[in-house]
Design a binder for this molecule. Structure first.
Ligand SMILES: O=c1[nH]cnc2c1ncn2[C@H]1C[C@H](O)[C@@H](CO)O1
Ligand SMILES: [Zn+2]
Length: 348
């Protein structure tokens, strides 16, 4: 297929984004608007000049450096109105890229500086997602994040509050933050509680530390999906286990290069993982922090790794199958994506 034609196909391809952080999706224009509403002082007053405060550039050396960008945005996400708005806008941005479904993750404990509770934070995010669903005709769910640098008590609170929203707009829980400093073993009790409450679990692992963290996340934290899993290639036995169990990997190419999960595109393992039969999905992680969008992620797969249109469509359908979505809604999603793929003349 010619390169212009595959560009068109990628734009029109129905997509899903299973790994997108709310606080990594805030547009600079929205920061300006919230700052004005709430009387917050800014280092710059136009969108372009704000961008460097919110976005990494090519010089980013590690996940910890990448995570420092979130310190800036968090202070604009401390009211119910702001959370609702940013959740809604995240759905709007995804719909603009022909996503049929997104799972928007966020850490409720990061939004309590002005006294909002964890439950209220979840309430406002799920409200914003619902408004987006109605406006744009796509489906959206929230994922509640436990943070690696938070106390066990804070993370237990996230699990309990998330449980109350299962089936009401929230679909799963996650563990994010500084993987290099906080190994997953520290969170066994927290995720045992999630398991007891029958909440689906995904865990960031194998991004800023080795494949052993992927093993721990699956075997001891009950993860049924893995955020990133890039460093699985360092351990053939663990890779084989993930292959056999067909655990979906939420890969986020642009972010993974920026955080130095691998040294560069030459060693980015997505083609190898796909060819081995691993359950690969493609996602954005943080559109604003990474300066990316889901169309760009798919374009990179085509341009740098030679993925064909049917292969890209297969990756979309991997994401559909991996969605933490209630059964009847998932059937609907399968149908809408399957039909849109068929309408593009792609046969799986
Ligand atoms: O790629 C990531 N790895 C680990 N943690 C991350 C990543 N992207 C965002 N986060 C963190 C920073 C955010 O403040 C937090 C909640 O979304 O999750
Ligand atoms: Zn992430």
């Amino acid at each position: 297929m010619k390169q212009e034609r595959i560009g068109d196909v990628i734009r029109q391809l129905p997509k899903v984004d299973l790994h997108v952080h709310l606080d990594g999706s805030v547009r600079p224009e929205t920061v300006l608007a919230i700052a004005q509403l709430e009387g917050i002082e800014l280092p710059a007053y136009d969108a372009d000049a704000l961008l460097p405060f919110m976005q990494v550039n090519d010089s980013c050396q590690s996940l910890t450096e990448y995570l420092s960008k979130f310190d800036f945005t968090t202070r604009f996400l401390q009211t119910g109105q702001a959370l609702e708005r940013v959740a809604y806008e995240t759905v709007a941005q995804a719909a603009g890229h022909n996503c049929h479904y997104i799972e928007v993750r966020f850490a409720p404990q990061l939004h309590r500086r002005l006294g909002m509770t964890v439950e209220e934070a979840i309430h406002y995010v799920t409200q914003g997602l619902k408004r987006g669903e109605q406006q744009f005709g796509i489906q959206a769910r929230a994922i509640g994040i436990c943070m690696r640098n938070h106390s066990q008590a804070e993370n237990f609170e996230v699990i309990e509050a998330s449980a109350a929203y299962i089936g009401k707009g929230l679909a799963a829980v996650d563990l994010a933050g500084d993987e290099a400093s906080y190994p997953p073993e520290l969170f066994r009790e927290v995720f045992a509680r999630a398991h007891k409450l029958a909440i689906p679990v995904t865990i960031h692992a194998g991004e800023a530390a080795g494949a052993g963290n992927v093993y721990e996340a699956i075997s001891n934290l009950g993860a049924s999906r893995i955020g990133h899993g890039i460093r699985l290639q360092e351990n053939p036995d663990i890779l084989d286990m993930v292959l056999k169990q067909q655990i979906p990997l939420e890969m986020c190419p642009v972010s993974n290069i920026q955080t130095k999960a691998v040294a560069g595109w030459e060693t980015y393992p997505i083609r190898d993982y796909y060819d081995r039969g691993l359950n690969v999905t493609v996602n954005t992680d943080n559109p604003s922090v990474s300066g990316t969008d889901i169309t760009r992620e798919y374009r990179i797969l085509s341009e740098k790794f030679g993925f064909t249109a049917p292969e890209l469509a297969r990756i979309v359908m991997n994401g559909v199958e991996a969605a933490f979505l209630e059964d009847s809604n998932k059937q609907q999603l399968k149908k809408s994506c399957g039909e849109a793929i068929h309408a593009l003349g792609i046969h799986l």
